[in-house]
Design a protein around this ligand. Sequence first.
Ligand SMILES: [Zn+2]
Length: 340
Amino acid sequence: MQGFFDYTEIDKAFYKKNLGPRLPAEVYDVHVHMNLPEHAEMIPEERFLKDWALQCGHILTVDDAYSIAAEIFPGINYRIAGFPWPILEADIEGNNKYLADMRKAGKCDPFMTVRPQWEPEKVEKELIESGFAGFKPYPDMVTGEKGADVSIFTFFPREQWEILNRSQKAVMLHLPRKGRFADDDNVRELDEARQKYPEVTIIIAHFGRSFCPYYLKEGLRKLNGAEGFFFDTAAVLNPEVYEVAFNEIPADKILFGSDMPIPLMHGRRTWTDREYMNHCREEYVWNKDSHEPPGIEKNYTLFLYEEIKGILDGIEKAGLSEEQKKGIFRDNSMRALKLT
Ligand SMILES: [Zn+2]
């Protein structure tokens, strides 16, 4: 269980005022990392020290994910896709097996994390036999770094794309490289992927790591639009990103994702044109010298609540319909993962 998870009266009041009355009755969360402590215990200390997100949360069992969801989304029918923590040193095989077992028990619809060097035939067999929704590859699997400067086809090789194309399943794609969604090399490779592997449902995680609107706007412009892709909202808190998203991406291509367990911390984000800063009440190594004054910190709510408020405000501002809202929070994921 998240050691820090603490649900406060301020959180309850925030939910009641801003989220509860506006959320659809059913929510499908396409982006949650779930595992058991033993799957992450070999991740070395240095990794935690240089990765704020890992410090904020790296263990969440399936049962804990559902009990937290029941507490923070009272009365909502919450369901989770789920995938491992795709960290180079983690026990990926064990984590995949755990999630496959949870799927068998009817609890989630997981993706399988793949290492690029795994034998294609074995990977394909496991994908099909375990009924995974698709693959969750990750730049970290070759570099030990999440936003690394590597080709998409290095950490997610073409043989694995072909497996998904044959089985018509999905990939949850975390983009590499500093330029994020707007990076010329990412744009070229995404364009290649949508042409060469048309049967793959390509879900671009975090709007292509577009935590600031610049990246989303530029990426969409360079790709001539969103055709051929789905996008998830995970860990995107910036209202301006949602403004671009709801204006420029068809609403039926946007999927709600939380990125739990990370956004269960209390805080807020601020932005410059291309950078974001996290402010957080809980104590970690990364924020030990960067707290806001206690008077501000005491009013923080969950990062996840800030994200959802951003989505709901954006939906309203763009004038999307109730149907489209339900799509974003559930139905689009059902379609993308072929669950209906
Ligand atoms: Zn994630």
